[in-house]
Ligand binder design. Structure first.
Ligand code: GLC
Length: 650
């Protein structure tokens, strides 16, 4: 859009850039800057327009973008251009991701490069390498307390190792996702050191207060994120004799985005990692980016403006790079991180589908899909050019973030139902085979979340311990059933390392003082490669799970209807144990896949008449794309075996 104020500033900036930067071909940069400048200028003015140094800050911002553009390699620029042309590239069903820790998965980054063939064997072609940046040696919240945003932690390797990993991945058509922890730094970061030394400029990078007056106001409405280990939202700093806002752990200092210098530092850091070869940048804890007294300081409008601004700037310098929003918040809030009032994502192209994840766990525990159906029905539609990361579990706890209204609609009392789920997964509930651990128990509110490895949560650990073959079969079916859902729902399935070989809880974290009070470490194990070798040993749980997931991935990748073009129709079917939806290939609308899952221990039937005339799923014509077999049917009634799923075509 053309508008005089921003345009005249753009002209001034362009003149300056042209005199400062020598590179001949800044053509693409200038075109993109021109296209996005009005948006960037508007957002920057809304956030920082009342400052006397507004223009200076705007110039600094553009200089950072130009500098990083000059650092961008030809190869990455080429990828940018290809992705600009093929802008739906990430919606394809071919992408399948995995999140892993470099050290726990393969000792270090070099090890990850060596293990790429293993990932390819499984079919994974997108890898989120969990935080690799320099962090304190003791507690560092799994690397989410960063002490240097541009250095790789010696524990996992060097910057060169990252570049080597990324170039090997690109040669193999794989994508690399890296974290940028945008909300906070470690208290060992240089900015924090300088703030401690009394440097006012750096104290302004954080939220620092002389006394409890402001903190007390905030505390009235801010919830606690880690109530057991880090109660409250502020920490007293002995050196400064001041209070610092620390929403997460007391060693994680929240960054102050009302200071434009913080924003500019962060976009510089994001672009730096884009230039090291990250295809995807995972923006951590984005819901928390703006703080305001009288609110819960989550999901505020300004947090969204910051993300839009980050996106607009990134598009100028590195347009091929995607953002993941890590916003584990209420269902109606999550979709907003794609961007509102737009068709294509204006914030993050990808977001964790925490709602679907939690709902799947509900279906497994209750053996029915009542809440799952209700919860999905209530999820707002997402934008066209945006996609979910669908996952069964990740490195964090499983939070029961459903909507109370949905729980009631499903016929339960919200408080009692949440209690049941925590009891079920922590094995307190009588009939439960689960071996999960409580996490984030808040005595004041009664809230609790759940930790534990997938295999332990679905009963594999207990089954193996008791030598119970039937229970082992059920646990394996549950693992595959949940994976079948994230593979077919629409979006990029994000596996969690170790789940593909049925890794169980790892309780060695209890011996490490810096981890013992954080039960999430139970599901962040070191991979046992001897156990992984069992995938070649027919009939072992490792082989059954690995091959099951591997097969599912290869089938998914060949079904165009599984690409994510908002081409899913949830079916309101009567049988409470079944969850069913249709996926349509938009290029060939007659190509429809009926996905149906039975969460119950008994066989269930689906009346195909309930589908009306959507798809032509007729008696005798149906085939399961996953197994290649024809499922059992009687007239219009399709039989779905216990804990089983079908991907049916006609
Ligand atoms: C994100 C991470 C989580 C971490 C938190 C604070 O939610 O996924 O592991 O504890 O941010 O950095």
């Amino acid at each position: 859009m053309y508008e005089q104020v921003s345009h005249s500033l753009l002209n001034e900036i362009l003149d300056e850039l042209k005199s400062r930067f020598q590179r001949d071909d800044l053509r693409h940069f200038y075109t993109r800057l021109g296209a996005n400048f009005y948006a960037i200028h508007s957002l920057f003015s809304v956030l920082y327009g009342d400052r006397a140094d507004f223009k200076k800050q705007m110039r600094n911002l553009v200089a950072v973008m130009a500098n990083q553009y000059l650092q961008r390699s030809e190869e990455l620029e080429e990828t940018d251009k290809q992705r600009e042309k093929d802008h739906n590239w990430f919606l394809s069903q071919e992408w399948v991701g995995m999140a892993l820790y470099a050290d726990a998965f393969a000792d270090d980054l070099k090890g990850v490069t060596e293990k790429l063939p293993y990932l390819q064997e499984l079919g994974v072609n997108m890898v989120h390498v969990m935080p690799i940046l320099r962090c304190p040696h003791g507690a560092s919240d799994g690397g989410y307390a960063v002490s240097d945003f541009r250095k790789v932690d010696t524990r996992v390797g060097t910057l060169d190792d990252v570049r080597t990993l990324s170039s090997h991945m690109h040669k193999r058509d794989m994508l690399l996702a890296l974290d940028v922890v945008v909300n906070h730094t470690s208290d060992e970061h240089e900015w924090a050191h300088r703030a401690r030394q009394g440097d006012k400029e750096y104290q302004d990078y954080f939220y620092i207060f002389d006394n409890r007056e402001v903190p007390d106001m905030f505390e009235q409405t801010m919830p606690e994120i880690f109530p057991e280990t880090a109660p409250g939202n502020f920490t007293w700093d002995e050196v400064m004799n001041k209070w610092v806002m620390t929403v997460f752990n007391n060693y994680q200092w929240d960054l102050n985005y009302s200071n434009p210098a913080v924003f500019i530092e962060m976009i510089d850091i994001i672009l730096f990692w884009a230039n090291q070869g990250a295809d995807i940048v995972r923006l951590d804890a984005v819901a928390f980016l703006w703080k305001k007294i009288g609110t819960n300081s989550q999901n505020l409008r300004e947090a969204h403006l910051i993300l839009q601004l980050l996106k607009d700037c990134c598009q100028v310098t590195a347009p091929g790079v995607l953002f993941i929003a890590e916003a584990i918040v209420a269902p109606v809030e999550i979709t907003k991180y794609f961007g509102e009032d737009a068709v294509i994502a204006k914030e993050c192209e990808l977001a964790y589908n925490a709602t679907f994840m939690a709902l799947l766990w509900d279906a497994v525990a209750t053996r029915n899909a009542l809440l799952l159906k209700q919860g999905i029905k209530s999820l707002p539609n997402k934008l066209d050019r945006a996609s979910w990361l669908n996952y069964v579990r990740c490195h964090d706890d499983i939070g029961l973030g459903f909507d109370d209204y949905d729980i009631e609609q499903a016929g339960y009392d919200p408080k009692a139902h949440r209690r049941f789920l925590v009891d079920y997964y922590t094995g307190i509930y009588d009939d439960s085979p689960a071996r999960g651990l409580p996490f984030g128990v808040n005595e004041k509110t009664g809230d609790a979340r759940i930790s534990g490895a997938l295999a332990s949560l679905v009963g594999l650990e207990a089954a193996l311990e008791h030598g119970d073959g039937e229970a082992t079969d059920i646990a394996i079916q549950q693992i595959l059933l949940q994976h079948s859902m994230i593979m077919s729902y629409g979006g990029i399935p994000l596996l969690y390392y170790g789940d593909e070989i049925g890794t169980l809880n790892d309780c060695t974290y209890l011996e490490d003082e810096s981890k013992a009070s954080d039960s999430r470490w139970a599901h962040r194990p070191k991979i046992d490669w001897q156990k992984a070798e069992q995938r070649f040993n027919h009939g072992t749980p490792e082989q059954r799970i690995f091959d099951g997931i591997k097969h599912m991935i290869s089938v998914r990748q060949a079904i165009p209807a599984f690409a994510d073009f908002n081409n899913r129709e949830l079916l309101d079917i009567e049988n409470p144990h079944l969850f069913a939806f249709l996926r349509t290939n938009l290029e060939i609308p007659s190509e429809v896949v009926l996905v149906v899952a039975n969460f119950d221990s008994e066989p269930q039937y689906l009346d195909l008449k309930e589908l009306g005339n959507r798809g032509a799923f007729e008696y005798g014509q149906i085939r399961d794309l996953h197994s290649g077999e024809v499922p059992s049917m009687f007239k219009d009634q399709l039989v779905v075996p216990p804990f089983h799923f079908y991907w049916l075509c006609d």
